[in-house]
Ligand binder design. Structure first.
Ligand code: BG6
Length: 286
């Protein structure tokens, strides 16, 4: 799409990769065309709400570590008929382009479509990603099942939030919820635990909370990040902590101290019927 006449959006090319920089009176943002991935979102008078690894690979050879990767049409390792396919699905490793823009003094809405949708068409699915950016950031994944059979859809909006100090960050909203702990090898598949107090993180964490309420809050030293969503049946909370961060080439060794992934997910087994469209969304602001 030609952005020559856009009021706020500029297309930048770096290392042969395309980025859309948005400079709006209410906020600044940066979206990578690779992955249709929001990499930064700075509302006026706020530090970036998103964390991006200083060592993130941004040459189109690997999913970008940070911002908001999209996991689709499965979350986590591929299984069943997709065994051997990439973790978190295809979208974060594909190139996207803008299909429509709506911009005004309040904010911008940008819709992305896949540059080469062949692989996704073969699955019998259609997908688009919509960003609604103003004083808040909202991301929507819109999936339509074009098959004659139901499709088991799983997905997540994998937001890396920027926190000043992970050890003093908390999420009170998850108190009382059940969760699956991906770091515990349990003989019983689907073993759940209860979150007995507000959630704090002081070691590696990889949990799927059974949570479909529309809101939660992340409290950091200096601000409260409000996270809202629709279409999710769970919230994933992930921080690799020191050892695992060091083992990832694209994760700064001490980066785990300033990030927390809080992801709206559809992970509990959802069948998307033929002809139906599903929308998963996540919105965040201070
Ligand atoms: C989280 C998963 O959502 O993403 C973790 O729950 C995973 O298990 C993490 O390690 C990062 O995944 P990746 O593929 O981006 O390294």
């Amino acid at each position: 799409m030609d952005l020559k006449n856009s009021l706020y959006i500029q297309c930048i090319t770096k290392n042969e990769q395309t980025f859309y920089q948005i400079n709006h009176p209410a906020f600044k943002a940066n979206i990578s065309a690779y992955g249709a991935q929001l990499l930064s979102f700075e509302p006026n008078d706020q530090q970036d709400l998103l964390w991006l690894s200083n060592s993130a690979v941004q040459d189109g050879s690997k999913a970008i570590r940070g911002g908001v990767p999209i996991c689709w049409p499965w979350f986590g390792p591929a299984s069943g008929k997709f065994e051997g396919e990439p973790q978190h699905g295809y979208l974060r490793n594909l190139n996207w382009r803008i299909s429509s823009i709506d911009e005004n003094a309040e904010g911008v809405t940008i819709e992305f479509e896949l540059q080469r949708p062949e692989k996704i068409v073969q699955l019998g699915l259609a997908v688009k990603i919509i960003f609604i950016l103003n004083a808040q950031a909202e991301i929507k994944i819109v999936t339509t099942n074009l098959n004659k059979e139901a499709f088991e859809l799983s997905q997540a909006i994998h937001t890396y939030f920027n926190v000043e100090d992970i050890e003093t960050t908390s999420i009170a909203s998850l108190k009382g919820c059940l969760f699956l702990d991906k770091l515990v090898q349990s003989e019983q598949e689907n073993q759940t635990y209860e979150q007995s107090s507000e959630l704090t993180v002081n070691s590696a964490m990889d949990r799927v909370y059974i949570y479909n309420k529309p809101k939660l809050e992340i409290t950091t030293d200096t601000r409260t990040i409000k996270v809202e969503g629709e279409g999710h049946d769970s919230v994933i909370v992930w921080n690799p902590w020191a050892e695992s961060a060091q083992s990832m080439a694209d994760f700064d060794d001490s980066g785990y101290k300033q990030m927390l992934c809080v992801e709206m997910g559809l992970t509990q087994g959802y069948l998307l019927n033929p002809g139906d469209t599903y929308v998963l969304s996540q919105r965040f602001y201070c």
